[in-house]
Design a protein around this ligand. Structure first.
Ligand code: ADP
Ligand code: MG
Length: 708
């Protein structure tokens, strides 16, 4: 399948025509639309209503309530339209009407403020019968509609939509306009060959793609407008199939059959290594290590994800896997999202490997204070020579300058911080690079298939023996004095404390102010206790210094931003305080909480919230108190905050679905997987795949396949 070239078929060129061809779209509107919706007709067609209004939910003047949408037939009785005066923009025009038929005695006023009056005079004539539709208001006991959405003649009733889709808007574009151009666009949809198989079409009674797009924008009743409707369901299935095809293609791209047989040396090295470990591996760790080893030593490239809750001991699995990979003289890398983590892993792994005389190397980005450019160039040279077998680093590992001698395994830790793109980039650094991605964010199955459909999955389901569960407390910020005094007691008894300050949206600066303030506050509060500070804006040396002070126990409190969220491993730390916990995602707090509870000592996590917390937000935090299973927590998070929160923004780019709602369309995922497989196996389906992937070309994985 690797020779599949995704190219927009000419049958659908029209879908990629510019929005400037639509009537009423001048330069100004064009710019707006291009910026907010996208440049092409297809982007406009994919601009979906976020809700719909049932215009005929109220048709009776007698029963309508203040604020309801009302659509009814009335007779114009009196027209009060002052002469138009542009200086007096607030002129009020009032048209007095009475209901028709059995509501003849009920009055309804139609009111306009500062409207061009000639226009009004043309539509409102005493004695005429009209339909009006708009928001009903009870104004001092008098029923009125101000600026109705629709006013039509009796025989034009059909012009009022039964169900009116409501679109997300932005400044400069209104409902009427957007709905008008969308419907104009719909008329331009070309005839496209069907890509779904007949049995699927029959089984689910799916209409054509074109019909589904039409109905999505022109629902006839409430159930059409629902994301559960057959129309939305088909569009969602199309999208999921496109997603699954791209996932499988990426998998094929990474996973190749080796032509040559690898020869692996004796695993004496590994045996020696086992005997030097300070702990016994758990059964589960051994099992996963074997799974990975088998993959690496087979003649097909591995594409595997290792899921294991925080603290489950993934690092050692990575290290042993790297050793298994380099037995034949090749190289292995471990890539992590932050420098803090890279340095920590480097130190840990360097120590672990010392007894077996393997020297790993650390590669960070350019122009860092950690080492000078000359040292760095030298490291890159050693990587190219193949002298160095185990390399640990950040994104720097995939930069163009870095060339590997013979890379055979890439491990990506905390992979939710990376995108599909980096997965492909790192594996492009060698001929057939085995890929192991590790994640501590357990992912509900539905998400795993859509986001990571390209991988096999191993799970570390148990924690090392002897771990105590973490006691979690949910407390109001008002209780801070008590928190401080219990921390003081704990520190006297030997505890180390993380103190995490929240992320303030879009504002790294106020973020810094918050941590700095807290740092100073804690320093003043605990005169005899050393407090350290760590955040993303520090340079490497400052950060390293803080980490070391804390790790060695010289300082007892580490005030931090979420830079410590991933991977940091200091077993002596047993208390985690998280301020404004309500601002974090549940999975994120679970990650942070996972920084403690890494030894056989009792640990606790204190979640502080702002006093004016809603009861929903409070119960959200309680979920954390009651659960320490990352899987359960991420299920909750998926429900509460959507996939982006769980997967991280990079990953969710791939899940930036237009039609799929993972809650609602869950059951479609395995079907999509199946269909995608069938299509990829069938030569004759090439053309269909091409259509499908072209239509959803905005998807990150598909962009990648196209080399975008
Ligand atoms: P994570 O899965 O969160 O990356 P780590 O690999 O950092 O977890 O491991 C957490 C801690 O548990 C580390 O201090 C590590 O040395 C320790 N550890 C790992 N495996 C075992 C084991 N089998 N027995 C005891 N401690 C272990
Ligand atoms: Mg880790």
């Amino acid at each position: 399948m690797s020779n599949l070239i995704i190219k927009r078929p000419k049958e659908i060129f029209e879908l990629f025509s510019s929005l400037r061809n639509l009537s009423g779209v001048g330069e100004k509107k064009l710019k707006l639309l291009e910026k907010k919706i996208g440049p092409y007709l297809i982007n406009l067609l994919f601009h979906l209503p976020h809700k719909s209004i049932d215009r005929f939910q109220n048709v009776s003047l007698k029963k309508v309530n203040h604020g309801d949408i009302l659509t009814c037939k009335v007779e114009v009785v009196e027209v009060n339209i002052p002469p138009y005066n542009f200086r007096k923009k607030n002129n009020i025009s009032r048209i007095i009407t009475f209901g028709s038929n059995d509501e003849k005695n009920v009055r309804l006023d139609i009111v306009y403020f500062g409207q061009n009056t000639q226009y009004l005079k043309n539509i409102f004539k005493v004695g005429s019968k009209i339909y009006v539709s708009g928001k009903f208001e009870n104004f001092n006991g008098l029923g009125q509609i101000a600026h109705p959405d629709y006013v039509v003649k009796e025989y034009e009733k059909k012009l009022i939509p039964l169900i009116q889709p409501i679109y997300p808007l932005f400044h400069g574009i209104n409902q009427k306009f957007i709905s008008k151009i969308i419907n104009e666009g719909i008329k331009k949809i070309p005839t496209i060959p069907e890509w779904l198989r007949k049995d699927i079409l029959i089984k689910y009674q799916f209409p054509t793609w074109q019909t589904c797009i039409f109905k999505t924008h022109n629902p006839e009743n409430n159930s059409d407008a629902n994301s559960n409707s057959v129309f939305r369901k088909r569009l969602a299935l199309d999208e999921l199939i496109a997603n699954q095809i791209s996932m499988l293609l990426i998998k094929n791209k990474i996973s190749k059959i080796h032509k040559t047989n690898k020869t692996y040396g004796k695993s004496k090295l590994i045996e020696n290594f086992y005997s030097t470990l300070p702990f016994e591996l758990t059964k589960n760790q051994k099992k996963v290590i074997d799974e990975i080893k088998e993959d690496i030593h087979s003649n097909k490239t591995m594409v595997r994800m290792l899921q294991g809750d925080v603290g489950s001991g993934k690092t050692i699995v990575a290290v042993i896997s790297m050793l298994n990979a380099i037995l034949n003289g090749s190289q292995a890398v471990l890539m992590v999202p932050t420098e803090i983590l890279a340095i920590q892993h480097f130190n840990t792994i360097q120590n672990l490997l010392k007894p077996i005389k393997i020297e790993p190397i650390l590669l960070l980005g350019e122009n860092r204070s950690f080492y000078d450019n000359k040292t760095r160039s030298n490291i890159i040279k050693q990587i190219a020579d193949g002298k160095i077998k185990i390399i640990i680093g950040t994104h720097a590992l995939i930069s163009k300058k870095v060339i590997y001698n013979n890379l055979s395994l890439a491990v990506i830790d905390e992979q939710h911080r990376f995108g599909v793109k980096q997965r492909v980039e790192i594996t492009d650094k060698g001929n057939s690079v085995n890929l192991l991605v590790m994640t501590a964010t357990p992912i509900p199955r539905s998400l795993a298939l859509t986001a990571y459909g390209d991988m096999d999955i191993s799970v570390l389901s148990e924690k090392p023996i002897g771990r105590k569960s973490i006691n979690t407390y949910v407390l109001s910020h008002k209780k801070i004095a008590e928190v401080l005094s219990s921390i003081e007691r704990a520190i006297k008894a030997g505890a180390l404390v993380y103190w995490v300050c929240p992320l303030i949206e879009d504002s790294e600066n106020s973020d810094l102010i918050a941590v700095n303030e807290r740092y100073n506050f804690l320093k003043n509060n605990f005169k005899n206790i050393k407090v350290s500070l760590i955040h993303g804006k520090q340079n490497q040396i400052e950060r390293e210094k803080s980490m070391n002070e804390f790790k060695s126990g010289e300082s007892k409190i580490l005030v931090a931003t979420t830079v410590i969220e991933v991977g940091v491993d200091i077993p002596e730390a047993t208390i985690m305080v998280i301020e404004c916990a309500e601002r974090f995602g549940l999975a994120q707090i679970h990650q942070l909480r996972g920084r403690v509870g890494r030894s056989n000592k009792e640990s606790s996590c204190i979640l502080l919230y702002n006093s004016n917390l809603s009861s929903i937000a409070h119960s959200r935090l309680k979920i954390l108190k009651e659960n320490d299973d990352g899987f359960k927590i991420s299920e909750h998070d998926l429900e509460l905050r959507g996939p982006g929160e769980i997967l991280g923004s990079k990953q969710s780019g791939n899940l930036d679905f237009k039609f799929v709602d993972l809650h609602i369309h869950n059951q479609l995922i395995p079907i999509a997987r199946d269909e995608a497989r069938k299509m990829l196996e069938n030569e004759e389906d090439r053309e269909k795949i091409n259509f499908l992937l072209s239509i959803f070309e905005n998807n990150e994985a598909i962009k990648l396949l196209k080399g975008g």
